[in-house]
Design a protein around this ligand. Structure first.
Ligand SMILES: NC(=O)c1ccc[n+]([C@@H]2O[C@H](COP(=O)([O-])OP(=O)(O)OC[C@H]3O[C@@H](n4cnc5c(N)ncnc54)[C@H](OP(=O)(O)O)[C@@H]3O)[C@@H](O)[C@H]2O)c1
Length: 341
């Protein structure tokens, strides 16, 4: 009988570093992102998920708003039918902003689409209930957009807690929150966030938030770990910088004979976050997984990369602003307190 592809991986899942969450659960310290932006169709992303699992990935970062969970689910169902055990995978999905009052319905739909029985992590994708047409310009604004209102967020969080009670997800988590918001969430949560998904790459290291979440037993999941080089034009501003073009990253990559992406991922894993690089290109997603198991960076490399933080947030979230005349910084509580309504 022909062996299923996932039984002969490029990287053995057992060799991939793991994070232990506050529940004791073990999560692979690198995952595959699945946000195809404007350039990768749902079926292309789903085939990348198949190839990535065959290559040894066991952690997949999904979201209903990425519009491809049903296609990914069809691939997962085929892999389960050929012998992959559900328990071998770590599957994340996220509650989109238009469903803050129906977490159960949304979670059940993601589980049904993904054909995975339960989730390992279910995140509140953004702390704002604000949504907009897919692909709209960053300048567009929903007339119904609202600020962060903690009581409203906690109403959503209570629903998230019930999903854990009901066995629909093993953990719940936050995404795109700040320290002032997390302080309130941690004060009021019955079930605390197990992970926090946040932008993290060498040009946006967020040391205060990174340290805060780790000090509170919350695992930082790093999105855009390569600086999202192919993000849509609408998500770019002239001030943006690229970690893949940084001379320090390029120098280390040249010395090691690897792509700069490998250096960014090694740095991320060694620093203590869990990167979730996206790729639909087999050579790239295999190289990204190999970065997790090959020779680590030196202490000197780690120190040099710590020194190149450009505080350059790429995903600014402007579409979620709730008042005319605001700038994106209002979403991120940059003065150290929750931006007033
Ligand atoms: N929670 C949130 O609000 C949030 C926000 C943004 C993103 N995310 C998650 O984070 C994931 C990753 O973020 P991202 O996709 O924006 O950015 P990213 O992972 O930093 O960059 C992905 C891009 O890099 C290219 N790439 C990947 N590996 C490469 C390699 N080894 N060499 C050269 N190029 C490589 C890919 O192109 P190829 O396909 O051609 O390889 C892809 O276009 C998303 O897919 C999503 O799951 C979450």
């Amino acid at each position: 009988m022909q062996k299923a592809g996932f039984l002969a991986p490029e990287v053995r899942p057992v060799d991939v570093p793991k994070r232990t969450l506050h529940t004791g659960a073990s999560m692979p310290a690198i995952g595959l992102g699945t946000f195809g932006s404007d350039h990768a169709t749902p079926s292309v992303v789903a085939e990348a998920v198949r190839g990535a699992i065959e290559a040894g990935y066991r952690h997949i970062d999904c979201a209903s708003v990425y519009g491809n969970e049903a296609e990914i689910g069809r691939v997962l169902a085929e892999l389960f039918a050929s012998g992959l055990e559900r328990e071998e995978l770590w599957i994340t999905s996220k509650l989109w902003n238009d469903k803050h009052d129906d977490a159960a319905g949304s979670c059940r739909k993601s589980i049904a689409d993904l054909q995975c029985g339960y989730l390992d992590t279910y995140l509140v994708h953004w702390p704002f209930p604000n949504f907009h047409p897919p692909g709209c310009s960053v300048e567009s604004r929903s007339p119904d957009a609202k600020p962060y209102v903690h009581e409203n967020f906690m109403r959503t969080w209570r629903q998230m807690e019930q999903l854990v009670d009901a066995g629909l997800t093993r953990h719940i988590g936050t995404s795109n929150v700040t320290i002032p918001k997390l302080e309130l969430i941690l004060r009021d949560a019955r079930i605390r966030p197990a992970v926090n998904e946040m932008e993290l790459h060498p040009h946006f290291q967020q040391p205060e938030l990174f340290d805060f979440v780790r000090a509170h037993g919350i695992e930082p999941i790093g999105y855009c770990p390569l600086g999202s080089p192919n993000r849509p034009e609408r998500d770019r501003t002239p001030e943006d910088t690229s970690p893949l073009e940084d001379p320090v990253i390029l120098g280390i990559a040249k010395r090691l004979g690897v792509h700069p992406a490998t250096v960014c991922l090694k740095w991320a894993i060694q620093r203590g976050q869990t990167p979730i690089p996206f790729s639909v290109n087999r050579r790239n997603y295999v190289a990204n997984l190999q970065a997790a198991v090959s020779e680590p960076l030196t202490a000197g490399d780690m120190q040099a990369i710590a020194g190149i933080d450009r505080h350059c947030r790429l995903i600014k979230g402007q579409v979620f602003l709730w008042k005319a005349g605001q700038t994106w910084e209002a979403l991120w509580d940059v003065v150290g307190e929750i931006t007033p309504a």
